[in-house]
Design a protein around this ligand. Structure first.
Ligand code: GUN
Ligand code: ZN
Length: 430
């Protein structure tokens, strides 16, 4: 059992009558974990069971749910900051050559270790992850996630056109290799599989058809892809699939349900938003990436008002950091320039419980509530002199969260637990 200050969202603060009912905060709180890694009790210290051993975290700690990254690319970690082009130039100039290197399993294993290290250091304890087209590299990412005790949804990228020859496969091979990985890894411990066609432009109709067949065979697997990130991309999709809007293309092949996560969605029409809402498909909003690639400004309130569930993604490596603190800060700024001011509670929700809802795993993680998996962080509110100064000024939990969002970074993440297992220790961060 851990004793310390504690904060957790418990419901959606967007549109709530009062934000106060959407979270629990305890200045002197505790969390108790049962033998199976679930939260046995949580609340005010005064209500803690008296028989358990107590680790007192002290006055500068904050216990809060693990952060959830709903969209990123593991193989792109090494190419962060590849500058100059917008989406399609960036893919051709930097992304495809980088991903080609993952034909080498030694390279994949090297990057996989650094990748999960970086996520844990940044407090990301759950993520939906693109691999490359390589089956072996994908297997390596899964193995490393399992070794670290990470909660991950991972998929082999599927591509059969409009990429360099060395990154293409036939639609049938893509199906067979995806299927083999799916049957090996889906629902193994904390891991899940995502059928991962890169996006419509690198997919023939046949590839999307086979991706749809796989989804019909295994209805509880995820579908992970991109949609309407960039104007030129949207025009290209109209040329390649002239009969339909972008979202209709995925729908036509049976790829949209509540376990579908579509990254970006900057340029979706109202008709497409209605379709996504009907199908309960989710959007991963990746503000850092949208700014870096100059893709555009996501209309968060408009998308949510249409009834579409939205989470936050770092979109490494178009995004320039795995930090969801930065994703929250950038989400704030992207809405600010559109005259919408998000609150710290809304931002923290998007990075935790909202992310869990986006991944349809909110019965398991995303908040600190009895019965859920004990997936939590111990943050150090005095991690840096600047954070300590900012916190000395914070009079409410909202302001503590604001300070963390705009001043906090990986240095504030002191310890991390997934399913009760310590996956980041103060010593392992050195
Ligand atoms: N659209 C298709 N592939 C990608 C990718 O790797 N990154 C981003 N940001 N958008 C994409
Ligand atoms: Zn992406």
């Amino acid at each position: 059992m851990f004793r310390g200050r504690l904060f957790t969202p418990v419901s959606d603060p967007f549109g709530a009558a009062t934000e106060a009912e959407t979270y629990k905060a305890h200045d002197d709180g505790f969390i108790a974990i049962d033998g199976s890694g679930r939260i046995a009790a949580v609340g005010d210290w005064g209500t803690a069971p008296s028989d358990a051993e107590v680790v007192n975290l002290g006055p500068n700690a904050l216990i809060t749910p693990g952060l959830i990254d709903t969209h990123l690319h593991a193989p792109q970690l090494e190419m962060i900051g590849s500058y100059g082009g917008h989406l399609l130039e960036w893919l051709n100039r930097y992304t495809f050559p980088t991903e080609a290197k993952f034909a080498d399993p030694v390279h994949a294993a090297h990057v996989a270790r650094i990748f999960f290290d970086q996520l844990l250091r940044n407090g990301t304890l759950t993520a939906l992850i693109f691999s490359t087209i390589h089956a072996e590299a994908t297997d390596i990412f899964f193995s490393e996630a399992e070794r670290r005790g990470f909660r991950g949804i991972i998929g082999k990228t599927m591509m059969d056109r409009n990429a360099p020859e060395c990154l293409l496969e036939t639609a049938d091979d893509s199906y067979a290799n995806s299927r083999a990985l799916l049957t090996k890894w889906h629902n193994r411990g904390l891991l899940r599989y995502a059928i991962t066609p890169r996006f419509a432009p690198t997919s023939t109709p046949r590839l999307l058809e086979l991706a749809g067949s796989l989804k019909r065979e295994f209805p509880d697997v995820y579908v992970h892809t991109h949609i309407s990130e960039n104007r030129t991309e949207v025009e290209w999709v109209h040329q390649l699939f002239p009969e339909a809007e972008y979202a209709d293309v995925y729908d036509h092949y049976g790829l949209l349900d509540h376990r579908t996560v579509l990254a970006h969605g900057v340029y979706l029409t109202d008709e497409e938003l209605d379709l996504l809402a009907q199908r309960r498909a989710r959007i991963a909003h990746c503000p850092n990436s949208n700014l870096f690639l100059g893709s555009g400004l996501f209309k968060l309130h408009h998308v949510r008002a249409a009834g579409v569930v939205v989470g936050l993604g770092s979109d490494i490596g178009a995004g320039t950091t795995p930090s969801l603190f930065t994703a929250m800060a950038d989400a704030y700024k992207v809405q600010q320039v559109q005259n919408v001011s998000l609150t710290p509670l809304q931002l923290w929700y998007l990075a935790t419980l909202g992310g869990a809802r986006t991944l349809s795993i909110d019965d398991e993680t995303g908040s600190l509530e009895v019965g859920k998996s004990a997936d939590f962080l111990v943050l150090d509110l005095s991690a840096t002199p600047l954070l300590e100064l900012r916190m000395s000024h914070a009079s409410s939990i909202e302001d503590v969260l604001a300070g963390l969002i705009f001043v906090g970074d990986d240095r504030a993440v002191e310890r991390a637990f997934i399913a009760g297992r310590e996956v980041l220790t103060a010593a392992s961060r050195e």
